[in-house]
Design a binder for this molecule. Structure first.
Ligand SMILES: [Zn+2]
Length: 209
């Protein structure tokens, strides 16, 4: 697996990973993330050089979008972003990442597609064993609950989830019921929408006006 030598600072990466808690069940053996994910983080920023510094941007730009890189480098990159632009900034970056990486790959037509499809979205750009994922805990009219055990920043994932729901014509409110970053063993997201028709439930019958 290619390494991201020098990016973010090897020392920081090592320290961050050793002192980090992981979600329940996460082992992350050979956990790699596609280079395109790193690049989409850059693309989602208006002025990446100002936020991350020129050296960092140059290093990330040199990555091969089709190659796999250690997940720790991405976690450090997003943590750095969080420190500079805050959680709302990471959320916005997640939304733009969805637009850049996934929107044209899988056509989501309902909230059901997104809720049951986000685990596939995760495994499309992450590989390895015991790398966590997404589990649907509930899916009922206008409301769903999802558990996330990936190590990725949950505001970024929340942005991806909410942009995917908008792209599926089912804009929804996505909130956290419990958060790994606040000491829980996983993140639980609640998804609510006032829509109850096919835009939510995913039947292919056209919505009744
Ligand atoms: Zn969380």
């Amino acid at each position: 697996m290619p390494t991201l030598t020098g990016a973010i600072g090897d020392v920081n990466v090592g320290v961050a990973l050793e002192s980090m808690r992981w979600p329940r069940g996460y082992v992350g053996t050979d956990h790699g993330t596609l280079g395109s994910v790193f690049l989409s983080v850059l693309m989602a920023l208006k002025s990446p050089e100002q936020v991350l510094g020129e050296d960092e941007v140059r290093r990330v730009k040199s990555l091969d979008p089709e190659a796999w890189y250690p997940v720790g480098s991405l976690l450090s990159l997003v943590d750095l972003l969080d420190r500079v632009v805050g959680t709302q900034g990471v959320l916005r970056m997640g939304r733009r990442r969805f637009e850049a990486s996934h929107r044209n790959r899988v056509p989501y037509t309902s909230a059901r597609d997104v809720v049951y499809g986000i685990d596939e979205m995760y495994h499309h750009v992450n590989r390895g064993s015991s790398i966590g994922g997404w589990t649907v805990l509930a899916f009922e009219p206008g409301h769903a609950e999802l558990e996330k055990t990936t190590p990725h920043h949950c505001a970024m994932e929340q942005g991806i989830l909410s942009a995917a729901l908008s792209s599926a014509q089912c804009p929804s409110v996505v909130s956290h019921k419990q958060c790994f970053r606040e000491g829980a063993d996983s993140c639980i997201y609640s998804v609510s929408s006032t829509l109850r028709d096919a835009r939510w439930s995913g039947t292919h019958t056209p919505a009744v006006p």
